[in-house]
Ligand binder design. Structure first.
Ligand code: FPP
Length: 251
């Protein structure tokens, strides 16, 4: 395996050494599908469809280079404001992605998860993701975590509500609330915080994505639109991450 990794690395523009500090959790805001399509005089949904193919490439590469958790922002709680046809199309993509690639993900030992308000998704989307979650639940390789109908403020609001309910029913005393109490009530419970956040398309903002969890993450931005994001861009981000010094507020 190591030989293969080394061999393949030699052919890449951005080489990653075996002893590099590979980020354990990478989160990606996949942005620019619409502009990618517009540049080609195509409908926006063509950009999303192309973006789905990029998801497949990047999942494979992330797993290959040893990333343990890959969280992808696929649909936000604010994305419902988009035109109906676009929302409908985006809701069909998880099903299309999984019906095409689930056998490969199973072979690659990837475990599929989702975070977000699942119950508000269309039934066909829920069925597709539930099937993938079920069929990959015992896989021990990379966790592929789709943020679907996810919003960080919504996540925090739900966390506060459930903490308040525990206080009300007497199972929690306010004096016991610690940072770990909040973490336990977030949708990422059990996952390490992202080490690296990538956002494509030249936008430099968080757009309600993992506001708690990204407190100490390294950020990496690129002007490249998501459908054009390649394995080599991922490697570039990962190699830059490896060179950064993280101090977490210390010296
Ligand atoms: C943002 O680009 C992208 C989205 C809101 C959707 C992201 C979805 C995918 C990449 C495909 C998901 C695939 C699976 C498997 C779930 P934008 O539309 O805001 O682009 P723009 O800013 O250029 O208009």
């Amino acid at each position: 395996m190591l030989d293969k990794l080394f061999f393949r690395k030699k052919s890449q523009e951005h080489k990653i050494d075996l002893d590099d500090n590979i980020p354990s959790h990478v989160a990606i805001i996949m942005d620019g599908n619409g502009r990618w399509a517009k540049k080609r005089a195509l409908p926006r949904i063509a950009g999303h469809h192309e973006g789905m193919k990029t998801v497949r490439k990047i999942v494979k590469e992330s797993n290959f280079i040893g990333i343990k958790v890959l969280t992808l922002y696929a649909f936000s709680t604010e994305n419902w404001k988009r035109p109906r046809e676009e929302v409908d199309f985006l809701m069909k993509l998880p099903g299309e992605f999984l019906s095409t690639f689930l056998p490969d993900l199973i072979k690659e030992n990837v475990q599929v998860r989702i975070m977000g308000k699942k119950e508000l998704l269309p039934l066909h989307t829920i069925k597709a993701v539930d099937q993938a979650i079920e069929q990959t639940k015992n896989n021990s390789g990379m966790i592929l975590n789709f943020a679907l109908n996810y919003g960080s403020r919504d996540e925090m609001t739900s966390a506060v509500k459930s903490i308040a309910a525990e206080i009300k029913n007497g199972t929690l005393d306010p004096s016991q609330i610690k940072e770990s109490t909040i973490e336990e009530h977030l949708m990422t419970h059990g996952l390490k915080d992202p080490d690296l956040l990538i956002r494509t398309s030249g936008e430099v903002r968080l757009s309600n994505f993992m506001l708690w969890q990204l407190a100490y993450s390294e950020f990496w931005f690129t002007d490249v639109y998501w459908p054009d994001f390649s394995e080599n861009h991922l490697r570039e981000a990962v190699s830059q991450f490896a060179q950064r010094g993280r101090r977490y507020g210390g010296v």
